[in-house]
Ligand binder design. Structure first.
Ligand SMILES: *Cc1c(COP(=O)(O)O)cnc(C)c1O
Length: 381
């Protein structure tokens, strides 16, 4: 089966991990600091805090925003459940904004009208978590404008979008947001096996992110509440979690970050080939935007005039590991308990009914690529 996504590990990655195992601290050492610094540099952000997953990064971002019981948090239905779970984990109330059918990202016009309504009813969200679906940036300048006007945190879920650019800046620079979260799961742009990070430009926020990702405990005297500087003293100041990335994972991420151009370039070339080789089929292809450079995490087509389930099954039978991203979050049993149901966000639902994710990963061979294209032609012609 040709998978929809797969990591690429080479000997330099392996040697870097072995070196840490043999010669360095395996957690809380220099590699974690180096990985955070390199990510900040790559993303052109002032600060970066690493975590042991993207989901943990989202949770920490919500905790550092002070999100709690009385707050609303909004995200999109077309994402992995983690984009919504982080708010519920803080006790907040969750709501969704539907997507734009072309970009498959948050519909900023719907966001604006929902904000106007929320202002009237006194339910402005504390944070809006926007998702750069498939690696294509949302309309961040417009979202930032709305955040300045209505007053909410903008958190970018960039799990798909490390290596993407928007208006000339790398995603993660937080040019138009308060924080950006990243994931290093093996299907994402770079991997640390499991891992995640949050970038931001505000020092106070960075300190909070660090605290919440480290159990709420600090040994930094300059941050102490009490003036007890005995050498063994540490302070717990908030209720955090142990979301630390280990040095074993960090060094793999660091080694992978060296290869990010190669990864994004390979993904872009494959996406361009798909665009060309699939254009005659009854498929709605992803868009390419002028002001934006996608990281091409996913290549999602929407079938037109065909039964998605049928197309999906026939492709799987042919050894094509197609996938579906995403079942709308609000239709999951866990979210239905909050009163959501099918019909609530029709654009995400309509998109979902026809969506098929095709295999796309840096080491995809010509043979594998050709097999995907010819199978699609056989199934859809
Ligand atoms: C992968 C992913 C996450 C979560 O990342 P993990 O590292 O797997 O916890 C969050 N949001 C989106 C959109 C993702 O694709």
């Amino acid at each position: 089966m040709i998978p929809y996504g797969k990591h690429s590990i080479v000997n330099t990655d392996i040697d870097a991990v072995i070196d840490v195992l043999k010669n360095h601290p395996i957690t809380q050492g220099a590699k974690v600091k180096q990985f955070a610094a390199s990510l900040a540099e790559y993303c052109q952000a002032n600060h970066c805090v690493t975590t042991n997953s993207g989901s943990a990064a989202l949770h920490v971002a919500c905790l550092a925003s002070g999100i709690s019981d009385d707050d609303w948090v909004w995200t999109v239905p077309n994402s992995f459940v983690a984009s919504a779970n982080c708010a519920v984990q803080c006790g907040a109330k969750i709501d969704f904004v539907d997507i734009d059918p072309i970009t498959r990202n948050i519909d900023v016009n719907l966001l604006e009208s929902k904000l106007i309504e929320a202002k009237r009813t006194g339910k402005i969200p504390k944070a809006v978590i926007v998702v750069h679906f498939s690696g294509l940036s949302c309309e961040m300048s417009k979202i930032w404008e709305l955040s300045q006007k209505f007053g909410f945190y903008v958190i970018e879920d960039a799990a798909h979008a490390l290596g993407a650019f928007y208006k000339g800046c790398p995603v993660g620079s937080c040019q138009f947001s308060h924080m950006t979260i990243l994931s290093f799961h093996p299907v994402k742009t770079i991997t640390s096996a499991e891992g995640g990070a949050i970038t931001c430009n505000d020092k106070t926020l960075a300190t909070k992110l660090n605290l919440y990702a480290n159990i709420g405990v600090t040994r930094d005297h300059s941050l102490f509440v009490n003036q007890n500087f005995e050498p063994w003293v540490y302070e717990q100041q908030v209720l955090g979690c142990n979301y630390r990335l280990s040095d074993v994972h960090a060094v793999l991420g660091l080694s992978q970050l060296d290869r990010i151009e190669e990864f994004v370039c390979a993904r872009t070339q494959l996406a361009n080939s798909y665009m060309n080789d699939l254009k005659s089929l009854p498929l709605k292809l992803p868009i390419v935007e002028a002001q934006s450079k996608s990281a091409w995490h996913l290549f999602v087509v929407e079938v037109v005039g065909h039964d998605r389930s049928e197309v999906f099954k026939r492709l799987r039978e042919k050894g094509i590991g197609v996938n579906v991203h995403y079942i709308p979050i609000h239709t999951q049993p866990f979210y239905q308990q909050f009163g959501f149901d099918w019909g609530d966000f029709p654009v995400s639902e309509q998109y979902y009914r026809n969506a098929v994710t095709l295999p796309l990963f840096p080491n995809m061979s010509d043979i594998e690529y050709d097999k995907v294209v010819s199978s699609l032609h056989e199934v859809m012609d």
